[in-house]
Ligand binder design. Structure first.
Ligand code: SIN
Ligand code: MN
Length: 263
């Protein structure tokens, strides 16, 4: 799958790109059917919400499950990534963020590179985050919120928040968010923050310095999203302080599978 010049322009301008219905209902069912068993594992790669005891994020899935092993090598993910970063790429992180109905908790305002750099010593913000919606994502079930264009400002002051949720994260100050939102509002009034929404099977690509977060899911609808982070091998981690399910160590270029492997 190739991105059009218009897609590439939007991704560069906004820092993210939403592509509706890239994966079919059948393919999404094949993926989602694996989740109940994976979520029941006692694996330390399943991180539990602070309040509800439900799984917040299930990590390292391509090592734990054969369908996810195919998904991370799927051409509809890998080819767009290669278009954006035309060099050998390794699999940095693989997870499903669950956000269960009524209980899924917040992801604070952050940009991913703050964590990749501070925790893993990744030199440059070149990693790409590729998401697939495994449920319909609406304004109500805890979608990601993006600040369009915020990736253009590079890095910001960030602090390590180990308290708010069960997942330690480098997060940005409210002042930074306020400033970036008001800059985005000037460019496009009413769109200082946009929710990343779409039907299940939609795909999302975003840059490592894009500021984002997501609210609690107080709706009766689950919201699970698959996330694959790919990083150029030339920009690999320089520290191995975190467990490998948070940043994998195998620095080999991805070998693609067949496009119909999930049908
Ligand atoms: C979320 O799943 O709502 C946020 C995940 C992310 O920060 O990529
Ligand atoms: Mn993030």
């Amino acid at each position: 799958m190739q991105l059009s010049p218009e897609h590439l322009t939007r991704l560069d301008r906004d820092g993210f790109l939403i592509l509706p219905s890239v994966f079919s209902e059948t393919e999404i069912s094949t993926i989602k059917n694996r989740l109940p068993a994976l979520l029941q594992d006692s694996s330390e790669a399943n991180i539990i919400e602070k309040e509800s005891g439900q799984v917040r994020t299930a990590m390292g899935l391509h090592i734990r499950d054969e369908i996810f092993a195919k998904l991370v090598r799927h051409p509809r993910l890998v080819q767009p990534a290669r278009q954006i970063r035309p060099e050998p790429l390794y699999i940095q992180q693989v997870k499903v963020n669950i956000k269960a109905a009524f209980s899924g908790e917040v992801w604070q305002w952050h940009y991913d590179f703050a964590t990749h750099h501070s925790d893993d010593g990744v030199p440059q913000p070149l990693a790409l985050n590729l998401h697939i919606f495994l449920d319909d994502v609406t304004p109500f079930n805890g979608p990601l919120y993006f600040i369009p264009g915020s990736h253009k400002y590079g890095t910001h002051r960030a602090f390590h928040d180990t308290q708010t949720t069960s997942y330690p994260l480098w997060v940005v100050d409210q002042d930074v968010v306020r400033d970036l939102v008001s800059r985005a509002e000037k460019v496009n009034p009413g769109r200082g923050i946009v929710p990343a929404i779409g039907p299940k099977g939609s795909m999302l690509i975003f840059h490592d310095t894009l500021v984002h977060g997501s609210p609690n899911n107080m709706s009766p609808w689950d919201r699970s999203i698959f996330s694959l982070i790919l990083n150029p091998i030339s920009n690999a981690l320089t520290r191995e302080d975190r467990p490998d399910y948070k940043h994998h160590r195998e620095l080999s270029d991805i070998i693609e599978v067949e496009d119909n492997c999930l049908e």
